[in-house]
Design a protein around this ligand. Structure first.
Ligand SMILES: Cc1cc2nc3c(=O)[nH]c(=O)nc-3n(C[C@H](O)[C@H](O)[C@H](O)COP(=O)(O)OP(=O)(O)OC[C@H]3O[C@@H](n4cnc5c(N)ncnc54)[C@H](O)[C@@H]3O)c2cc1C
Length: 291
């Protein structure tokens, strides 16, 4: 599926992101997750790619499961950090042979394992990798955006200048890092349009799955937890899994309602390979908005 074309034809496009399974056990639970979510008719699924190529094989297998076994459209990610142009081409050739038509391109981050030595010819920024892929392949291309600014960015304005470069170099749609305050997204979209970025910018939705995960990930990703959510998280028993999930579902639902009412192009769910919350949220949105 050529996703950038889909965003031109349909609104809202519903997508769901997964990380690759690692072994038979995680493959089994991944299968269950997909089987639970597929009946919601998402427009496409997407599969992440581990830093330094660590999930190269797992990403390919996971894509096969989605496309060949489940017969669902899938976007493949590639994170270029440390990889040589040849290594990148090997991964992309495999994706092309599998029938993947859209690639989501990231710089990625330094792998956690010590001892990883980046290839001297690796790409410094996602924009460079986008140019390279655009010159050598005929994929639809997507890239990441950061409504609160990327954690390393000098400023939001500078980060948006680099986003513009990614789009000028060939990215045809942007999926945003998740946020818990829609005001950041609306401001970001406004600033991007002012900067001349005219491709779809898709909000990323990450329901609260566990309090610990939300607090830890939000620090890493630079996502602020607004007071209204922080207070709800502080007053709930973190061990009460059902209550935490309900909190996450209800908060994300309110975010999605406001985003849909403002006419966004799509909703991208960071599933963390879990089905319960995404299923509940989309079911409810389908009832309310006839999606
Ligand atoms: C939707 C989404 C999906 C993701 N999936 C994955 C995944 O599958 N695998 C993975 O490893 N990571 C993933 N990430 C995380 C991502 O790799 C990190 O956030 C990474 O730190 C930045 O990647 P990028 O592509 O945004 O980098 P870039 O666009 O290169 O930006 C990185 C930093 O460099 C700055 N910058 C950009 N261009 C220039 C330039 N030309 N000169 C100077 N500075 C510049 C930017 O302002 C920013 O601070 C994902 C993130 C998002 C939002």
């Amino acid at each position: 599926m050529r996703v950038a074309e889909l965003y031109k034809k349909k609104r809202p496009v519903i997508s769901m992101e997964f990380f690759p399974f690692r072994d038979d056990k995680t493959a089994e639970s991944f299968n269950k997750t997909i089987d639970t979510l597929a009946p919601l008719n998402p427009d496409y699924m997407s599969v992440t790619f581990g830093a330094g190529g660590s999930t190269r094989d797992g990403s390919a297998q996971t894509i096969d499961t989605i496309m060949k076994e489940k017969m669902l459209p899938c976007v493949a990610y590639i994170a270029g950090y440390g990889l040589s142009p040849d290594e990148i081409c090997k991964v992309l050739d495999q994706y092309q042979a599998r029938g993947v038509e859209t690639i989501f391109i990231l710089r990625g981050d330094k792998p956690k394992e010590t001892g990883f030595v980046p290839h001297p010819k690796s790409f410094a920024h996602a924009s460079d990798l986008i140019s390279f892929i655009q010159d050598h392949y005929d994929f639809n291309l997507g890239c990441a955006g950061y409504p609160e600014g990327h954690v390393e960015a000098q400023s939001l304005e500078r980060d948006i200048e680099y986003l513009k470069l990614k789009v000028d170099n060939g990215a045809q749609y942007v999926v945003a890092q998740y946020f818990y305050d829609n005001a950041y997204f609306f401001n970001y979209e406004r600033q991007c349009r002012k900067a001349g970025i005219d491709v779809p910018i898709i909000p990323g939705i990450m329901p609260v799955y566990t309090l610990k995960m939300t607090r830890a990930l939000s620090k890493i990703c630079g996502t602020k937890i607004p007071d209204v959510l922080a207070q709800k998280m502080d007053t709930i028993d973190g061990e009460d899994k059902a209550a935490v999930l309900d909190l996450g579902i209800n908060f994300a639902l309110d975010q999605c309602r406001e985003l849909l009412e403002k006419g966004i192009s799509g909703l991208h769910f960071y599933t963390m390979n879990r089905s319960h919350s995404t299923q509940k949220i989309i079911r409810q949105l389908k009832l309310e908005y006839l999606l």
